[in-house]
Design a protein around this ligand. Structure first.
Ligand SMILES: Cc1cc2nc3c(=O)[nH]c(=O)nc-3n(C[C@H](O)[C@H](O)[C@H](O)COP(=O)(O)OP(=O)(O)OC[C@H]3O[C@@H](n4cnc5c(N)ncnc54)[C@H](O)[C@@H]3O)c2cc1C
Length: 309
């Protein structure tokens, strides 16, 4: 009888965690994902805006690593991604149902527990560890952490686990806002201005919407101004900024602060796997960063773990 509850506990249900869970499950390993928020997806995040959808994290995939290219091909075959000409001659991959459908598809058939923040990991002798949340204590042979490196560091610190040479990553942080706009001067899928370096028309991009739904990322300066405001005042301020940029008839405004949005260009190691202590770390703080880095890092740690079993 297997004395472990699980072969592998994966902390984090973004693209890294769901990709890994998919691969380990195909190998017959008993795998579970623990996710602190109330849904799968991580930064591949989609929300309802009225009766429409908006991606408010990563908007599309533009793969350049062989690992992400292979995944994109699979997702295209499943009709979860299709190519769109985002600007003349530049094709990228988007999901008509929202980018969060990618991690949701990958995690099909894998047990996922949401609203479970992993608080502590206890590494023990005899090739086992315990993963502790507020309401759960799971025994596993191996734990893999897939969140941004700052969140990894604080979990390791709470667990009194020292790991040498964690990679360094500098994440961009900013406010993002989604809304429906009936009137707008912005005619392309992606536009920009000084206050909003990213203005994306989700509907034109290919989401199955009836109305025109935008996602905008605010500049550092505007994000700083929005940070101290109450949520009501923030909404008023956002409406004012949008109005100044000729979004004159907007509704369903909501905002989100990305503390760890994406990292600048990086050449970090691909993953960390400590076989003796049964712990692995991967994700977009590793490898080339962003979704390419997340998938490459996850694929490479997957191969390493499988070859070590
Ligand atoms: C606005 C924005 C735009 C972007 N644009 C692009 C782009 O154009 N191209 C591109 O390639 N990339 C882009 N990215 C980056 C891309 O989205 C990320 O690199 C990728 O989604 C990271 O996936 P991940 O699974 O490694 O991490 P995440 O998606 O962050 O997943 C980690 C998960 O772990 C969970 N978690 C954290 N701590 C715990 C804990 N203690 N216990 C349990 N769960 C925990 C989190 O809730 C999260 O769901 C963008 C990101 C943002 C936010």
């Amino acid at each position: 009888m297997n004395k472990f509850n699980f072969d592998i506990v994966i902390v984090g249900g973004g693209i890294s965690g769901s990709y890994l869970a998919h691969k380990f499950t195909l190998k017959g390993l008993k795998t579970i994902i623990l996710e602190k928020s109330n849904k799968l997806g991580g930064r591949l995040s989609t929300k309802s805006v009225g009766s429409n959808l908006a991606d408010y994290g990563c908007q599309y995939l533009n793969p350049y690593t062989k690992e992400l290219k292979k995944l994109v091909k699979l997702l295209e075959q499943k009709s979860l991604l299709h190519a769109v000409e985002i600007e003349p001659g530049k094709y990228v991959y988007v999901s008509s149902y929202g980018m969060n459908k990618i991690p949701q598809y990958l995690a099909l058939g894998v047990p996922v527990i949401t609203n479970e923040l992993v608080k502590q990991i206890i590494l023990r002798e005899n090739r086992s560890c315990k993963v502790i949340t507020k309401s759960l204590s799971l025994n596993t042979k191996l734990v893999v952490l897939t969140m941004p490196i700052k969140q990894v560091s604080s979990l390791l610190e709470n667990s009194n686990i020292m790991i040498d040479s964690l990679p360094k990553s500098r994440y961009k942080n900013f406010y993002t806002s989604t809304f429906i706009s009936r009137i707008s001067q912005y005619k392309n899928i992606v536009n920009l201005n000084q206050d909003m370096p990213w203005i994306c028309n989700n509907t034109l991009k290919g989401l199955r919407n009836k109305e025109v739904v935008y996602t905008v990322n605010f500049s550092d300066k505007i994000s700083e101004d929005l940070a101290p405001l109450s949520s009501i005042d923030r909404k008023i301020k956002i409406k004012e900024i949008l109005h100044n940029h000729e979004f004159t008839d907007v509704n369903h405004i909501s905002s989100h602060y990305w503390k760890y949005a994406y990292n600048r260009e990086q050449k970090n190691r691909n993953y960390i796997f400590d076989k003796k202590r049964n712990i692995g770390i991967c994700g977009d703080s590793f490898s080339v960063g962003r979704v390419d880095g997340a998938v490459k890092s996850s694929e490479l740690i997957f191969r390493k773990i499988i070859s070590s079993l």
